[in-house]
Design a protein around this ligand. Structure first.
Ligand code: HCA
Ligand code: CU
Length: 376
């Protein structure tokens, strides 16, 4: 009458379904999925070398002095721009992107001043795809020019009103002009993720053939997710041979993960701003990106950037735009390395804090704090 109950010490499991040992073996990266925490034994961890793409071979283009100028509370005077440019250079970003000199007379003068500083970082300026802007840009002393034009149907219709044939023709003219001056040149499409893919790939292929240094993809409205980013960059990688830059807005909190996936897919240059400031809620934050890439390859990232300077750089920008960095901020937040001990009888954080840390605070000049609460 009654269905027999299993004995109490037995667990019922479905008899169908794949053998998990075989599934894991077929993945081909061993039994451990975690990315390399700073103190773990690398021999035991194989995931960090899995599908790395350019995760350990990239450049940062910091746009605090361009995209960041579009942040709601940003009004940088010349001296502040110079201080930020020098701090970014001391941190070690490879490029600094500045507002178009065509935007105002002040922007043009500031651009010239920053070019005269003799920084290690290359100085770029960001212009519309227009010969008038290009002529002004090449006379400022910049190392390169980042050109952008909207390619999505929305922008073609509601912003500049030009079709793809016109965009391609102007792009060629601007690129050839900037190249003739011996400067580096990038061509990017605004709102790439809502652009027609055939249009997008065709225009990138054309500019690649005429020798552009980089093409750029922009998630202007922050609508993309990591898988979409991976697929677009991967597809693009297959049709062009020049470098690939990516610019990712953070409207839905995807900007760091999207940047990571872009590198896995073969992107070479990532746009950031300090604290992520920019239009609306900004773009990929420098600190979060560096933290994420450090987790994958600590030695590479430590070698490349002056990590203990991150906090100072963020404080400088936070002060300039009159905001406070959030306590939960990646790496530099006041609670980033706070551990609460006392919930366990033998708190593992006390014997080896690294058990709960993917980042070694000392590498970023930060200190760990153990907060004790009485065990209950
Ligand atoms: C802009 C828009 C932009 C450009 C990005 C790029 C965007 O302010 O011109 O040049 O790659 O998010 O699309 O910032
Ligand atoms: Cu932007």
């Amino acid at each position: 009458m009654f269905a027999p109950h299993p004995p109490p010490d037995m667990v019922q499991v479905p008899i169908d379904g794949p053998d998990v040992t075989e599934v894991v073996a077929s993945l081909g990266f061993g039994h451990t999925l975690q990315r390399r925490p700073f103190s773990a034994d690398p021999e035991r961890l194989s995931f960090s070398s899995y599908k790395q793409g350019n995760v350990a071979n990239f450049s940062i283009i910091d746009s605090t002095l361009r995209e960041g100028e579009q942040f709601a509370n940003a009004f940088f005077d010349t001296q502040t721009k110079i201080r930020i440019a020098k701090a970014l250079d001391a941190f070690g970003v490879e490029y600094i992107e500045l507002t178009s000199p065509a935007a105002s007379e002040q922007s043009r003068r500031d651009c010239e001043e920053i070019c005269k500083l003799g920084l290690n970082a290359k100085v770029l300026t960001h212009i519309r795809c227009h010969m008038d802007d290009a002529r002004i840009a090449v006379d400022t002393g910049v190392d390169g020019v980042n050109v952008v034009i909207g390619t999505s149907s929305f922008l073609q219709e509601f912003s500049h009103g030009k079709d793809i044939a016109y965009i391609t023709k102007t792009a060629i003219e601007v690129i050839e002009f900037v190249k003739s001056k011996g400067l580096e040149i990038r061509f990017s499409s605004e709102d790439s993720f809502r652009s027609d893919l055939v249009d997008l790939l065709s225009i990138y292929q054309t500019v690649d053939r005429i020798g552009v240094n980089r093409v750029g993809i922009a998630d202007t409205i922050g609508c993309a997710n990591p898988r979409q980013v991976y697929e677009l960059v991967r597809t693009l990688r297959g049709v062009i041979s020049c470098d690939i830059e990516i610019h990712l807005h953070n409207d839905t909190g995807m900007a760091i993960a999207n940047a990571y996936c872009a590198l896995e897919a073969g992107a070479t240059h990532i746009d950031t701003t300090v604290l992520g400031i920019g239009e609306r809620n900004g773009i990929t934050p420098l600190g979060g990106l560096v933290g994420c890439l450090y987790a994958a390859n600590p030695e590479y990232v430590k070698d490349k950037y002056n990590l203990p300077m991150l906090r100072e750089l963020e404080d400088l920008v936070a002060q300039a735009v009159e905001v406070k960095a959030p306590p939960m901020n990646y790496i530099t937040g006041s609670c980033a390395f706070t551990h609460t001990a006392g919930f366990y009888p033998h708190p593992p954080t006390l014997s080896n804090p690294a058990i709960f840390e993917v980042v070694n605070p000392e590498d970023f000049g930060m200190t760990r704090r153990i907060r004790s609460v009485p065990a209950v």
